[in-house]
Write a protein that binds this ligand. Structure first.
Ligand SMILES: *[C@@H]1O[C@H](CO)[C@@H](O)[C@H](O)[C@H]1NC(C)=O
Ligand SMILES: *[C@@H]1O[C@H](CO)[C@@H](O)[C@H](O)[C@H]1NC(C)=O
Ligand SMILES: *[C@@H]1O[C@H](CO)[C@@H](O)[C@H](O)[C@H]1NC(C)=O
Ligand SMILES: *[C@@H]1O[C@H](CO)[C@@H](O)[C@H](O)[C@H]1NC(C)=O
Ligand SMILES: *[C@@H]1O[C@H](CO)[C@@H](O)[C@H](O)[C@H]1NC(C)=O
Length: 347
């Protein structure tokens, strides 16, 4: 009897310290990431009852922020809470709300998630955009924007860098949902390809500027929008050197290229039309190297044939490194690509 009681007391003391310890560990992890302990929000969610504890004046705001159907605050009230926050460390869930925009978080320039927590922006039936107009960097293993049936755009014009390893999902939004070239390029920067990548939507109309071009490559153009086909008589070879991003299909058809060194600045080839390949290289009889000098990422949403090499120099077929180098740059990673005359790497 006494033994049991003593055991229970021990258990109680043990649990008490274990949980306190855990709280301290989490706190220390936040501090290690650069959080001031006065800037950590510790409540389960954000509601009118908990906002008195909200660290309103922090440049770097920390915590696992949850805004959901129990959040009884107006968009204006939320805006006031987040007015000073530029960096969020922790995680962010916006689930099952009636807000029409996420622009109450427009001040954020960076979101840096802890562990496997992420950004989950799901089932907000009235939300038309994220509205994160200052966001530049997202480092989150899970980034899920889905099931917001009225969402027509992200509206993240400054977005430039995503890093993540697990889920990158931007899907099941309004039927006319579109992403800008810069936004999708921002998601292509991840150095590790996330295990799951699901992005559905169209490309928005592109904004004409000195750095953008379409059909003809203008001098100094870095971002080409549309399908770029290069045949044996392509006139603007020198101009290819300035290209950094192709948002469309790159098709090399019967060129006399020996290698691909002309694409000296090409970082990204991005095709979000599911019916089109991102890269096609066909009938280039002298081409014996597929090394793009600066390539960082080929992004494709096509289930099959996202990258095709066909009828090029015989040497290409017998060089497995060629295949693997290209494959490592493709997002999403898939067993079937690239396709070298009907074979993929290792076959
Ligand atoms: C944390 O914030 C408080 C209040 O803003 C400030 O007084 C303190 O110096 C900060 N501590 C650190 C380590 O930055
Ligand atoms: C919020 O959602 C939960 C779970 O989905 C539900 O049980 C609850 O009734 C909802 N509350 C309100 C105020 O809508
Ligand atoms: C959102 O709107 C619906 C329909 O008007 C309502 O039933 C629901 O309770 C609202 N949810 C919140 C969190 O206000
Ligand atoms: C965003 O990332 C860039 C490059 O990694 C870095 O230089 C910059 O400081 C980051 N900005 C913020 C606000 O975290
Ligand atoms: C590729 O070039 C060949 C020879 O010029 C041409 O016949 C063929 O139609 C081109 N392929 C495509 C898909 O445009």
């Amino acid at each position: 009897m006494y033994k049991n009681l003593i055991f229970l007391i021990f258990l109680f003391i043990f649990c008490y310290f274990a949980s306190a310890q855990n709280g301290i560990v989490v706190e220390q992890e936040f501090v290690k990431k650069g959080c001031n302990s006065t800037c950590i929000y510790r409540e389960e969610r954000i509601t009118s009852k908990t906002i008195s504890n909200f660290p309103k004046n922090c440049f770097t705001l920390c915590g696992y922020l949850v805004i959901n159907n129990l959040t009884d605050l107006s968009e204006k009230q939320l805006l006031a809470l987040f007015e000073n926050a530029k960096v969020l460390i922790g995680g962010l869930t916006i689930f099952d709300t009636n807000y029409t925009t996420g622009s109450f978080l427009a001040g954020l320039e960076a979101i840096d998630c802890m562990y496997d927590s992420g950004v989950e922006w799901v089932s907000n039936m009235k939300m038309t955009e994220l509205g994160l107009t200052n966001l530049k960097n997202v480092t989150c293993n899970d980034f899920t924007i889905s099931d917001n049936s009225k969402m027509t755009k992200l509206n993240m014009p400054k977005f430039e860098n995503y890093q993540g390893t697990k889920n990158l999902v931007i899907s099941r939004l309004a039927s006319n949902f579109c992403m800008s070239g810069d936004e999708i390029k921002g998601f292509s920067t991840t150095t590790t390809v996330p295990a799951t990548v699901e992005i559905t939507g169209k490309l928005c109309d592109f904004v004409k500027s000195d750095k953008t071009c379409t059909k003809d490559i203008s001098d100094g153009c870095t971002d080409f929008y549309g399908d770029l086909t290069i045949g044996p008589n392509f006139a603007d070879l020198e101009k290819l050197k300035s290209l950094e991003t192709i948002i469309g299909t790159l098709f090399l058809n019967g060129t006399t290229f020996v290698d691909l060194s002309i694409f000296e600045n090409l970082h990204y080839v991005i095709q979000i039309d599911q019916k089109k390949s991102a890269l096609k290289v066909e009938g280039n009889k002298m081409l014996s190297s597929t090394l793009f000098p600066s390539l960082k990422r080929i992004f494709s949403t096509a289930a099959l044939e996202s990258v095709i090499f066909k009828n090029n120099n015989e040497n290409l077929k017998s060089d497995p490194m060629t295949c693997y180098t290209i494959r490592n740059s493709i997002m999403p990673s898939s067993l079937w690509v690239p396709d070298f005359d009907g074979n993929s790497c290792g076959e």
